[in-house]
Design a protein around this ligand. Structure first.
Ligand SMILES: [Zn+2]
Length: 64
């Protein structure tokens, strides 16, 4: 992940916790979680990617 600033105080002194991955039906959610060491606020950023591989599998199984 690219370094980002705290949205509350603009500080760059951030602690990144482990990413959390969530499997949705057709999507993979990756939740990035940071805690600002300057002001103590925490914030998240969620990345959503389509699961193209699963999509193809489902299409194939309907054909056969
Ligand atoms: Zn902050």
């Amino acid at each position: 992940m690219e370094p980002i600033m705290c949205p509350f105080c603009g500080g760059m002194n951030l602690f990144q916790e482990d990413d959390l991955s969530l499997e949705m039906d057709f999507e993979q959610w990756t939740v990035h979680h940071w805690e600002c060491l300057d002001c103590g606020q925490s914030f998240d950023k969620i990345e959503i990617r389509p699961e193209s591989n699963k999509f193809e599998e489902i299409n194939e199984s309907t054909i056969h």
